[in-house]
Write a protein that binds this ligand. Sequence first.
Ligand SMILES: [Zn+2]
Length: 126
Amino acid sequence: MHELGIANSVLQAVKTEAARHAGTRPCKVGLRMGELAAINQESLRFCFEAITRETEFESLQLEIELCPRRHRCGNCAHEFAIQDYNFRCPQCASLETECISGDELELAFLEVEEYGTCTAGTKGIE
Ligand SMILES: [Zn+2]
C-alpha cells in the first residue's frame, strides 16, 4: 500500500530527528502534502497509527496540511493557487501557465517535549 510506505518514511524521519534531541520525545509531526500527491489522508492516518501502536511513538500525533496546486503564469510570472481546475492567470488572464507545486510531500515540523511533560497521549483518537 502506497500510504503504508509513506507512513514508514514519516516515522523514519521522526526517529532520525528525535535521535538528534536527546532527552525529548516527539509529540506531534506535521506533514505538508500537495493535493496532487494523490494520497488518501484517512488511509495514511490509519497506517501511521498501525505502525506506531504499542511503540514509544504511540502518542505521536500526525497533522496533515494540504497544499493546493499552484501555477505560475508564463506571461506575467504571477503565482497563484488553482481552484476548480481553472488554470487561467487571475492577473492577466493568460492561459499559458505552468504547474509549479502541488505534489510535494514533506515534513513541515516536529514538536518535541521533554520526557514526562508530553500530554498528547491523553487525548483520545477517534
Ligand atoms: Zn499572468
